[in-house]
Design a protein around this ligand. Structure first.
Ligand code: SAH
Ligand code: SF4
Length: 383
């Protein structure tokens, strides 16, 4: 199998082009096709000489994710199920940036991306780990989630543009040209989809370098958040990278007793180790960490968690993001009542913790990671 062209950094491609005997300016043209126009075939790259396109196709593959299924919610959150070249499924979720624009399209979006097929960490409440771990995503499979989403969006916008012209009777302004396919809508990335990102460390880092580079995705490091269930050694490694990525910790319990019950990773890296790694990150990066805390009825929503959680948040200069649990089919866990969630938030705030309670988006589209894939795979198995 040939390596995918979207798994290479600019300098690596430059070296390859030198070996091909191609002039350096061709690189800029190629990158424009890949990351601005989001081409899905070599033949589309019409300003590259045919001989170069042949060399490229003999040495690299160029995969695009296939949209297998899409769910859109009433608040315009969209969930994509992509099929990869080996048939595996992964998910990305597109979330409009401005919650005030309820029911309206927003031009600023966050894309939640996956890093693995399945997950080996087996958190008890999570759909992604239910069927175990299949494989890591390659660099290009991480990068391609953004490109495929933007391709989908460009196609939708051009459909809308044509429909609008038809209803108004006006000639489309671009009637002699293809509609613009280069608009970007993803300006924030959260690595919170399926899989444990820090368990696919090398591929994740390279993919984020490509997405961050001005010649690639052009998304600022400060607009990229990596979420981890608590892989302490990899958090330390991340702290030494020359990037200002944001870090989110899936805490979900402020004591080892609670975390051990729901997150097996805590037995390997208990809170003392996790906290020390986070402190190190915070010190080296000077960045505020986010502690993600899913509220699960009867598991971690008791007020006994408030003091240890507040202590942790203060120690790490962290803010706490409370998320009412999203029901997963086949799992017994429930979200607490609204009163309990609001009470938990108020108790944290009373301890002077900066906290938010997510009045969840996308609840109606199985927004928690891994659910659409699981559903689709089970339906396919039944069929
Ligand atoms: N593996 C990484 C990133 C992916 S999970 C991690 O665990 O951080 C992304 C987030 O979704 C995590 O905070 C995870 O705990 C949360 N999550 C998983 N299942 C959920 C559910 N059913 N409802 C709400 N959040 C969920
Ligand atoms: Fe894996 Fe994160 Fe789900 Fe835990 S919460 S099983 S680490 S994806």
């Amino acid at each position: 199998m040939l390596p995918d062209i979207k798994s290479f950094l600019r300098e690596e491609l430059e070296e390859q082009f030198r070996a091909f005997g191609e002039p350096a300016y061709r690189i800029a043209q190629l990158l424009d096709w890949l990351y601005v126009r989001r081409a899905t075939s070599w033949s589309a790259m019409t300003n590259l000489p045919k001989a170069l396109r042949e060399k490229l196709s003999a040495n690299f593959s160029l995969h695009a994710h296939t949209l297998a299924r899409k769910q859109g919610s009433t608040d315009t959150t969209q969930k994509f199920l992509w099929q990869l070249s080996d048939g595996a499924f992964i998910e990305s979720v597109l979330i409009p940036a401005n919650p005030a624009l309820y029911g309206e399209a927003s031009d600023r979006h966050t894309l939640c991306i996956s890093t693995q097929v399945g997950c080996a960490y087996g958190c008890k409440f999570c759909a992604s780990g239910l069927d175990g771990f299949k494989r890591n995503l390659g660099v290009h499979e991480i990068v391609e989630q953004i490109l495929a989403t933007e391709r989908w969006h460009a196609a939708e916008s051009s459909k809308l543009q044509i429909a609008n012209c038809q209803t108004s009777g006006a000639e489309p302004a671009t009637s002699n040209q293809p509609p613009s396919t280069t608009d970007r809508i993803v300006n924030n990335i959260v690595v919170m989809g399926m899989g444990e990102p820090l368990a696919n460390y090398e591929n994740l880092m390279k993919a984020l370098k490509i997405l961050n580079a001005p010649w690639g995705g052009g998304i600022g490091a400060r607009k990229i958040t990596i979420s981890t269930s608590g892989l302490a050694p990899q958090i330390r490694r991340l702290a030494n990278e020359p990037f200002q990525f944001r870090l989110a910790i899936s805490l979900h319990g402020a004591t080892d007793e609670v975390r051990n019950r729901i997150m097996p990773v805590n037995k390997k890296y208990p809170l003392s180790e996790l906290t020390a790694a986070c402190e190190n990150y915070q010190e080296l990066k000077g960045r505020m960490i986010t502690l993600e805390y899913i509220l699960i009825a009867g598991i971690n929503d008791s007020l006994a968690q408030i003091l240890p959680l507040a202590m942790l948040a203060h120690k790490l200069y962290a803010k706490v993001n409370l998320i009412p649990y999203n029901k997963v089919e086949g799992l017994p866990w429930q979200r607490p009542s609204e009163e309990v969630c609001e009470g938990f938030l108020a108790a944290l705030e009373k301890q002077n913790v900066t906290a938010t309670l997510r009045r969840e988006k996308g609840h109606d589209i199985d927004a928690a990671c891994g659910q659409l894939r699981l559903k689709t795979e089970r339906e396919m198995a039944q069929a």
